[in-house]
Design a protein around this ligand. Sequence first.
Ligand code: NAD
Length: 488
Amino acid sequence: MLGKKKNEKKQYKNYINGKLIEPESGAYLDNYNPGTGEVYAYIPDSDERDVAAAVKAAKLAYPEWSNTPAETRSRLLLRIADIIEQNLDMLAAAESEDNGKPVSLATSVDIPRAAANFRFYATAIMHQSSESHFMPGMAINYTLRRPLGVVACISPWNLPLYLFTWKIAPALAAGNCVVAKPSEVTPRTAFMLSEICEAAGMPAGVLNIVHGLGPKVGRAMVIHPEVKAISFTGGTNTGREIAKLAAPMFKKISLELGGKNPNIVFADCDFPKMMATTIKSSFSNQGQICLAGSRIFVERPIYERFKTEFVAKTYLLKQGDPSSNDTQVGAVVSKAHFEKIMHYINLAKQEGAEVLLGGNQKIMKGRCANGWFVEPTILANLPYDCRTNQEEIFGPVVTITPFDKEEEVLQYANSTEFGLSATVWTSNLNRAHRVAEKLEAGIVWVNCWLLRDLRTPFGGVKNSGLGREGGWEALRFFTEPKNVCIKT
Ligand code: NAD
């Protein structure tokens, strides 16, 4: 896979100190199109030397950027949001080609959200104020909130530009300088973001983007002594590694990790709405969403109806070339990930699953014949505590399980090591409140899914993460409070 730089295909560059430059090693990694299984570009195979150069540039830029008025920072971030929107179609096509997701999804969700992330924090920073605590007759305290310095942002491949910018925007808005690494599996829109930053007039060194492998580039970012905080989204095991490395250096860490989210369907729900949303929460982005409702629990009186309609409607989803406008289910992101998903489907069969739909590789014709496609797969008859129901598969694979009692489904729902999100479908308001309160999750959706208000705290409990993103939470993470007490 590793190779020297090759000229015939697109070759990305690192963005360091305001310049697009080659990695120190001169080596490149293959970048695949999951829809066709072909190498279509090359990614810098960077190492700790590139990280050191990026951190040095960020450190040099920090005094000026951190003292730049909030309004100026805000204007720059708004310009970036505008340029993203002006290039919506090009960015969406690139995201689809790089990730395998349907182009309609990238156009309606991924790229608009990337622009929204910049706009949200560009405006939030204009309204940030510090706290003050008055002690009558004695003193007044005020809290200064200053940026941290150089911070690292590391993101995964499932929502590439969406999640990359969800970290970068608040870090920059708060006045930090950033060294960021996108997933080596989906580097393309991060590279395009560096070109957008150039066009927007980003001062040199304020944002640096280093491409390459996690254990080489990501690790070097985490252990660099000048990096004060790490905002990471990715797998639970990688998060654990990062926590181990960062702890002895007392770095701030924010970890957004894996999930195995329950989707709980009570018999009194609005059935058509629940069904339409459950199809999305199961198979959008080929199930490669940390918030996907991959364990569906259905109250017994409607279990048979649910099963029949869910299978029939999923069967109608159009799986195809990610670049076609009418495709609803595309390719999974890589060969390795394809193999992981197929491994889990085989495991489910060994565990006694009844395969209600799918369960195989989807064989495509034409230009996608060698792409990595998995049929939307619905499994039943599995115990709630088997591996298929406990481990994150992160593909178009869901299980359905009947339940009789509220306490029983809460036990099922809370039984995994994860606690990211949960969905509850019911028209009983009291039950909705009661169940939401008892679910072990950072986010609970009642009668909806993935309805996001960027002001709300976002993150997981248990092995789904540490800390919260979103709204003021992210601005607090990317700043250090200092209390000043003045005797009156
Ligand atoms: P991953 O952990 O393999 O990689 C994530 C990022 O970390 C990549 O940029 C990778 O290069 C880097 N990395 C890998 N090893 C590293 C190391 N030792 N040190 C520093 N960086 C390292 O995850 P992935 O496969 O890209 O993404 C899928 C996972 O992400 C799933 O588990 C999914 O649930 C999770 N995810 C969570 C959220 C959330 O908000 N909680 C959102 C999206 C995805």
